[in-house]
Write a protein that binds this ligand. Structure first.
Ligand SMILES: [Zn+2]
Length: 292
């Protein structure tokens, strides 16, 4: 029964369309007597389009998607808790614990892609912490690191409202500024592709836009040099350019932005995400010291 409901839910649009066209044939809209300017068939199509449109709007309304997000977070939190309990379980026998863990990991796996696409920012990543210890490779696919090499930067401006250094007006700063010497290597914070390269003399200067999985994008601005080309596939931590002072900038720094589902978000929580998970995974492993 559950499988049938799941199937119907998954293919609801297709089933709806098939049922409608069957009904359409049965009624045979063409043969119905009508004095209307538009044929019955056109009216039928119009009605089905409006119905489908309404259905789509209801399904994707802000209230509905907020509800879905809340449900997804609740489910993920529950699995996270159970996974954590499983990890610390010393009462049950090893085999049982291992089986239960496998089951939990599979259940999370089934939901995680949708969850990662749905979440609006990093405040929901906490629900995945234990899981990510098992699948740390996932951290390579979304921004989870600092875009500069270890230790050679300082944060000169945070995400949020600030007084702009040139215009002296209060302005929202949608990224984070990392000050470092000219020519410092700029790394991709996640694997992905180069979406756009450009030069904006009054804005970002020389900049790179990268597209990543799960609805993430990153922007690297005020660069000195670009070392990649448009459409290129990039690995996490790969060097994509060098830090500069181009565009609307008063000193050598990298302006770094993260977009999630087309909205600009605070990049700070992403900086130590990979480091934190990896540090817990490889406690005392000197190789990990090289990760940034
Ligand atoms: Zn900036």
């Amino acid at each position: 029964m559950y499988i049938i409901i799941k199937f119907v839910y998954k293919y609801k649009y297709m089933i709806f369309f098939v049922l409608f066209s069957r009904w359409n044939k049965k009624v045979d809209c063409n043969k119905l007597k009508t004095s209307m300017i538009f044929g019955r068939k056109k009216v039928c199509y119009f009605v089905v389009l409006v119905t489908m449109g309404l259905f789509y709007i209801i399904q994707n309304s802000p209230g509905k998607s907020a509800q879905r997000l809340e449900d997804a977070v609740k489910t993920m939190d529950l699995y996270e808790e159970r996974l954590n309990m499983n990890l610390n379980d010393t009462m049950t026998t090893g085999l049982e614990v291992a089986r239960e863990r496998e089951r939990l990991l599979m259940a999370i796996e089934e939901r995680i892609i949708g969850f990662l696409y749905r979440i609006p920012d990093y405040s929901y990543i906490g629900s995945l912490e234990t899981y990510l210890k098992y699948r740390p490779n996932l951290l390579a696919q979304f921004p989870a690191a600092v875009p500069l090499g270890k230790g050679d930067y300082s944060i000169s401006s945070n995400y949020g409202t600030r007084i702009h250094p040139i215009s002296e007006k209060e302005k929202k700063h949608y990224g984070i500024d990392l000050a470092a010497p000219s020519g410092t290597k700029v790394h991709a914070t996640a694997s992905g592709t180069i979406k756009e390269l450009g030069y904006s003399p009054k804005g970002y200067g020389i900049y790179i836009v990268m597209r990543h999985r799960f609805g993430f994008e990153t922007i690297y601005g005020h660069l000195e040099k670009v070392l990649v080309h448009k459409g290129e596939t990039i690995a996490q931590h790969q060097i994509i350019g060098t830090l500069g002072n181009t565009g609307n900038s008063t000193g050598y720094h990298l302006h770094y932005e993260i977009l999630k589902n087309k909205e600009k978000i605070d990049p700070r929580p992403s900086f130590d995400l990979k480091k934190k998970i990896y540090a817990r995974l490889f406690k005392g492993n000197p190789e990990m010291e090289e990760e940034n």
